[in-house]
Design a protein around this ligand. Structure first.
Ligand code: SF4
Ligand code: SF4
Length: 191
């Protein structure tokens, strides 16, 4: 049942609106004065020089996960590009020289201007080869080409920028678990 909210009775002064306008302007000028005298008081970022610190589980720009030897974990199965509703993942596969792996991507591109950041690609991947946890959600570029993330760009990340308990990141080159993972990879037990 609808709830009827009675209109408040306005006095003459309120009907003139002058007092309310003055009160509103005082609030506006009060904030403007604080912003000029104490900019740190406001949670305003000097974008794009300053970027917001977003949570790790926010769906941000993609990265391709790396094996201990630096090669991509991706096996070019096309499941991510098949699941992608925006059809913005372009993969070209080639045969892998590793006898444990059938294929690898020779080309892997994501057009970030078409991407809707739904995360379906991450969900579809059977081997945790693609993630959206880079914390880079603000994308800036001068032309369309700069928004196409290629394989090199997708693999350009450092384990030190990821949590110590993120095992797959720490197994990548430069990670805290890399030496052991490399040993396992060479002995063939990490496939
Ligand atoms: S986040 Fe969604 S739209 Fe973007 S590449 Fe992945 S599946 Fe496609
Ligand atoms: S990222 Fe994952 S789902 Fe996409 S092609 Fe590579 S292995 Fe397959």
């Amino acid at each position: 049942m609808a709830k009827v909210i009675p209109r408040p009775d306005l006095g003459v002064w309120e009907r003139l609106y002058i007092g309310e306008i003055v009160k509103g302007l005082m609030t506006t000028f009060g904030h403007a004065g604080k912003a000029l005298t104490n900019p740190a008081h406001f949670p305003t970022l000097q974008y794009p020089e300053q970027q917001p610190d977003i949570p790790r589980d926010y769906r941000s720009r993609h990265r391709l996960m790396k094996r201990a030897d630096g090669s991509p974990r991706c096996v070019a199965c096309y499941m991510c590009s098949t699941a992608c509703p925006a059809r913005c993942i372009n993969i070209v596969a080639e045969e892998s020289p590793d006898k444990h792996i059938e294929k690898r991507p020779v080309r892997f591109e994501i057009d970030l201007l078409l991407c809707v950041f739904c995360g379906y690609c991450v969900e579809a991947c059977p081997c945790d080869a693609i993630r959206m946890d880079t914390k880079q959600a603000i994308l800036v570029g001068g032309d369309r080409a700069s928004f196409v993330a290629d394989k090199a760009k997708l693999m350009d990340w450092e384990p030190k920028d990821y949590p110590a308990d993120d095992i797959q990141s720490q197994k990548a080159p430069g990670g805290t678990l890399n030496a052991k993972a490399l040993e396992e990879l060479r002995s063939g037990s990490d496939h």
